[in-house]
Design a protein around this ligand. Structure first.
Ligand code: C5P
Length: 407
């Protein structure tokens, strides 16, 4: 019984895949989970509450009030009770409402009240799934720290073929088990993650910056938290919203502010993942008034910033790890390894500007991890969320090695 003692809210929405939720529910209960089913009004058109309540051994929650005795289903209580909210199947409509805070049924209010992680298994036709509106909504859910169970590719209820069918119940069940298992991997650990660009002020209206979106760093923070760690992100200016009680965000603007916070936080942590694209140079002087257009060019003298990763690499204790990134355009492996040595890192994640789909702004990345013995491990082009899993798996194994050494 791999889920005994776990409290799961299983949310059903109005999709033909709702019948598969009965198998999923059976699987969850067989593994020992206590499951409270919440159905949207349209889910009841596809499968009856009687089936779900018989399988879960509990009345199904669907309306805010019981029609019989007026008793109130508290979405707040359910949200607090749950160790996991699992919405399977999730229609495009429910995904859209979740992304935008529309709470017109009990499942959506429960979602918004939940303090625990949320997993979403989309189920819809291929064109609906790939529609930019749905993809943008899934990106929003992802930025909230919700875990998306990618739909399968295959035959759809419409008779069409493509990506959109809800993942099979056995696969969702394994994802749930994996989710609870991996929570133990970095339990009681605390990590510092730097993310995003820095802005180095020139005058009150101008700065030197770069194209970093922060997506990679935030994906790593999410994955560390999914493995049970507490995470502090020291983040340059980005457009990412994140709600995860295990993740604290310290917003900063410049490299020197980022350095100050990292220096303060690092001693309390088990390690740091330095994902930020920190400016290497900052203006020597800041002009308190705006530079005016003139006949001549403007010369701005720059001075180097502190290399935060290198500083933490020097400061780290035997029990701590520091992970760096290298974004290279040439002699990639060589340059990355020399950074690892110079900064005293435990491993370095290389991405090359020469690889399509890798680097700034995009949702995908292609990495190579290089260790202290200069052994490279090459990875395929993947979504940043998947890349984060590969990086965090290496963090888990490095932390494990440190622990072994101590014993
Ligand atoms: O030397 P380079 O800037 O290419 O090294 C990249 C790595 O060093 C990244 O991990 C980045 O987050 C980190 N870095 C830093 N502080 C700087 C510059 C880079 O932490 N000032």
């Amino acid at each position: 019984m791999r889920l005994s003692g776990k409290h799961i809210v299983l949310g059903l929405t109005g999709s033909i895949a709702a019948y598969k939720a009965a198998y999923l529910l059976r699987g969850l209960v067989k593994e020992g989970a206590e499951v409270q089913v919440v159905m949207t009004p349209s889910a009841k058109e596809f499968i009856t509450p009687v089936t779900m309540s018989a399988l879960s051994g509990k009345p199904v929650a669907s309306e805010f009030f019981s029609a019989n005795d007026g008793s109130w289903y508290s979405h707040v209580d359910m949200g607090q009770w749950a160790d996991l909210v699992l919405i399977a199947p999730a229609t495009a409509s429910t995904i859209g409402k979740m992304a935008h805070g529309i709470c017109d049924n009990l499942l959506l209010t429960t979602y918004m009240s939940a303090k625990c992680p949320v997993m979403v298994a989309p189920a819809m036709d291929l064109d609906m799934f790939s529609h930019p509106a749905n993809q943008a909504n899934l990106d929003i859910l992802h930025s909230y720290g919700n875990l998306i169970i990618e739909p399968g590719d295959g035959e759809l209820a419409s008779g069409l073929h493509g990506k959109g069918r809800m993942q099979e119940p056995e696969i969702i069940l394994e994802e749930v088990v994996r989710f609870f298992d991996q929570k133990k991997k970095l339990l009681n650990k605390h990590f510092l993650v730097t993310a995003g660009p820095t802005h180095e002020k020139i005058d009150p209206v101008r700065f030197i910056g770069n194209y970093s979106s922060g997506k990679m760093g935030y994906a790593i923070a999410n994955e560390l938290a999914a493995c049970g760690a507490k995470v502090t992100i020291v983040s340059g200016p980005v457009h990412i919203k994140i709600t995860n009680p295990e993740i604290t965000i310290i917003p900063v603007e410049s490299a020197s502010e980022m350095y100050e916070h990292c220096l303060r936080i690092f001693p309390e942590t088990d390690g740091a993942v330095m994902c930020a694209a920190v400016a290497d140079f900052t203006p020597e002087k800041y002009s308190a008034t705006k530079f005016k257009r003139g006949k001549y060019g403007l010369l701005i003298q720059l001075k180097p910033t502190t290399d935060i990763a290198a500083e933490l690499g020097q400061l780290k204790s035997e029990n701590q790890i520091v992970v760096g990134f290298a974004l290279e355009t040439n002699d990639e492996l060589q340059n990355a390894y020399s950074k690892l040595s110079k900064k005293n890192l435990d491993f370095i994640v290389l991405n090359s500007m020469n690889d399509d789909g890798a680097g700034f702004g995009v949702n995908t990345n292609k990495i190579t991890i290089i260790d202290r013995d200069n052994n490279p491990t090459f990875f395929e082009l993947k979504s940043k969320a998947e890349v984060a899993k590969d990086i965090v798996a290496r963090v888990v194994s490095e932390i494990g090695k440190k622990q072994e050494k101590r014993h």
